[in-house]
Design a protein. Sequence first.
Length: 272
Amino acid sequence: MLKIKEYVKVNSLEEAYELNQKKSSRVLGGMVWMKMMNRSVGTAIDLSGLGLDTVKETEDEFVIGCMTSLRTLETHAGLNACTDGAVRESLRHIVGVQFRNCATAGGSIYGRFGFSDVLTMFLALDSYVEFYKGGRVSMEEFAEKKADRDILVNIIVKKHHQRSAYVSQRNAKTDFPVLACAVCLDEEGMRLSIGARPGRAALLKEKMDTPVNKKDMSAGEWSRQAELLAKKAAERVVTGSNMRASKEYRTHLVRVLTKRALLAAGGMENGN
């Protein structure tokens, strides 16, 4: 059972930061996972009055407020156009629409859950988190950090000439993923994120030619390269076993899903 001793709807980020310095305090997101926990919270900090529930698009980036719902991200035309629908695909399996109307982007990212489709997706993009005191930090650096008492304010996604794809394997439609895979191909090469290993999502980067930065790459050439990259990913990504799948099955899925995502991002047909 979740027990909250004091609830505060803050009027500023400074107030939220000061309250959050106590170890017994907790910033509220959509309360969809937190309410399932068996814990006692001294002060529950509500950011919902600070206008942090919108997606702002500029010429260079998307700025996603921490209180923005997953459903808003799922249906955001600009963000999905920029990512070839990969953001929508990463979110549409998460429980149901009512759940995604409550769950927040900030809570999903800040939790750094091993099963997180959201972290897996954004880690593959050129994305950042913005903290009240700590400023902007790359998603890659943030994913490896331990939690602290700062306030996550925004999630930033940079716009690039890129192609993205998201694929996952699930035992049931709305269950946690057995394995999740997101890929982004841009001018520099490949960013590949593997989540639900079952540990926290891991990022692999390769500077290489892709159909994005090498316009005359043939389908056969990219298919061969995708197979080599998928094999390399299966060798490098550490997997484990839990109630959903064995380590060996997950390692097999790394190779299969990586190739599918690479072919999809490269504009080719999916392959096995």
